[in-house]
Design a protein around this ligand. Structure first.
Ligand code: NI
Length: 167
């Protein structure tokens, strides 16, 4: 396994739209393992392949307290959305920044696991929020893009300054 480099906002590569995975082979299995390791190391609860500069539809998540319930979503599609909820979100690509985003309260997602098995998941709560956040990454969207232009500019300035000083 290997730790992968996580792209940081406002890196343009975060705006790349991911392509569907053509075949769930050893390369994809290794990618999901490396993404999980990278996510755990960074103390995140979700990571999209886009964030590690791989532009294919792969997402990993683990919302458990013990970080022992990994979830893998390959070629995920949200087929149903219901209700509305707000949550203060953060992102491994936007370190140290948290802000409130409005999303659907419940989602149904269809995806494949790393064994190539198709599954359907009905999610609510944090899981539903996380799924929407990660699928946004695959579409080239970062959560801060839901915020006002003023806030986005402040965040860009802050993160660029931080990157420059290597903080
Ligand atoms: Ni994120």
């Amino acid at each position: 396994m290997a730790l992968l480099n996580i792209l940081k906002y406002p890196d343009e590569r975060l705006h790349t739209v991911a392509k569907p995975v053509a075949e769930i082979d050893d390369r994809i299995k290794t990618l999901t393992k490396d993404m999980l390791e990278t996510m755990y190391e960074a103390r995140g609860i979700g990571l999209a392949a886009t964030q590690v500069d791989v532009h294919e539809r792969v997402v990993v998540m683990d919302l458990s307290e013990e970080q022992n319930e990994p979830r893998v979503f390959i070629n995920p599609i949200i087929t149903h959305k219901n209700g509305e909820t707000t949550y203060e979100e953060g992102c491994l690509s936007v370190p140290g920044i948290y802000d409130t985003v409005t999303r659907a309260e419940q989602v149904t997602v269809e995806a494949f696991n790393e064994e190539g098995e198709k599954f359907t998941l009905e999610a609510d709560g944090l899981l539903a929020i996380c799924i929407q956040h990660e699928l946004d990454h695959l579409a080239g969207k970062v959560f801060v893009e839901y915020l006002s232009a003023l806030k986005q500019n402040r965040i860009k300035t802050k993160l660029k300054k931080r990157a420059k000083h290597n903080l």
